[in-house]
Ligand binder design. Structure first.
Ligand SMILES: [Zn+2]
Length: 93
């Protein structure tokens, strides 16, 4: 297990509606909203770890051969995808 990157181990994060951030103006106009926000009223259980604070990682010593192969295939396709994106960016896409 490792600390969840989404909530940084807090188990909660701001509601998705605030994922773009909240401007200082909104807090100034509505001090109650600011208080509620600071109190965590708008926090929701982390969507990645579901409030567990940690996420499972592959234990390479104990995972089965099939699981490991699937895991490495997954990593490979992720890096292939990133390379494709970079190539497209370089071409100005
Ligand atoms: Zn989390």
């Amino acid at each position: 297990m490792e600390v969840c990157h989404r909530c940084e181990g807090r188990g909660v994060h701001d509601h998705e509606a605030f994922s773009n951030g909240i401007s200082q103006d909104e807090f100034r106009e509505d001090p109650d909203f600011f208080d509620d926000y600071r109190a965590g009223v708008y926090s929701v259980p982390c969507s990645v770890c579901r409030g567990q604070n940690v996420v499972p990682t592959v234990d390479t010593d104990r995972a089965s051969k099939e699981d490991l192969e699937a895991y490495y295939r997954h990593l490979q396709s992720e890096s292939d995808y990133r390379r494709e994106c970079e190539a497209e960016r370089r071409m100005g896409a």
